[in-house]
Write a new protein. Sequence first.
Length: 282
Amino acid sequence: MRLGIHMPLKGGFVPNTARAKEIGCEAIQIFAGNPTGWTMGKIEAREMEKRLAALKEHDLRPLVVHSAYLINLASTNEDFYEKSRQLLAATMGRAALYRSPYVVLHTGNHGGRGVTQGITRIIETIDADRGKWPPGVMLLLENTAGSGTALGSRLEELAEILHAFPDGSLGICIDTAHAWGAGYDLGSAAATERFLEQVHKLIGLEHLHMLHLNDSKAALGSRVDRHDHIGRGAIGLECFRVLLNQKWPAEMPLILETPEIGTDWDRQNLETLRKLSAGRFH
Ligand SMILES: [Zn+2]
Ligand SMILES: [Zn+2]
C-alpha cells in the first residue's frame, strides 16, 4: 500500500509535489480541474512534462484523479446528464495525460426516479461511453454517505454497477467517512473486520483498488458527509489500525481527505496513520 493525501490545487502542482514528498506522501490524489465546475481548463504540453517529471522525482505513485462533484450519470436533467458524460470523458482523458491508473467517481443522484432506475441509467451510460475513454485508466466508483437521493451508499448498489462489467473494467474506492455516514459501523476493530467481510462478500476485495481514510464529524448512519482528522472524530483510531494492517497490494493507494488540507494537519494525519500501521507500512 502507498499512503498519501488529496493534494490541493492552490500553490501550484510542482511545488505541492515537493511538499507532499516532504511530509511523507507516497501517492497523491488531485482534482483534474475545478471540482465544482463544468470546465477543466487546459494544461500545456510543457507544463504536463514538468508535472510528470515532478511526480517521478518525488516518487509519487499512483496519482489518482478525483472527478468533479457535478458529474451525475443518473441525472434526470438531460442537459446535466450530457454535460456529465462529457466532463467524465474529459477527466478520463486528463488522467491518461497524467498516466494515472484511476479516476474516482461518486455514483450520482437518482433525483427521484428511484434507486433501481438510477443504477440502470449509470450502467447504460458507462457501457455506452467507456469505448471512448482512453485505455489504461480505470473508473473507480466511490461509496457515498447517502444524503438526499445519492446512489452508492449501500455496498449492494456499488456491487450491482461493478458486476455489470464482468471484464473487470471498473473498480471500487471505499471512503471510511462516507461508509460511516451511510450506517456501516467502523467504531471498533471487530466492526471494521465485519465491514471488510461484507465488502469482500458483496464486492470482492480484488475489486477494491483504493481507500479514502477519513474520520467523521457526523454520527453513524446520519447520511452526513463531514470529514475529520484521523482519531479525532466519531470513528476513532481502531478502524484505521485494522485497515492499515491488511495485506493490500503493494501499489494500492490509501488517501487522506481530511480537513484543512494543505496545512500541517496533513503531516499530523499521515504520522498518525504511520504509527497505526506499526511498522507494516512500506
Ligand atoms: Zn470523493
Ligand atoms: Zn472520499
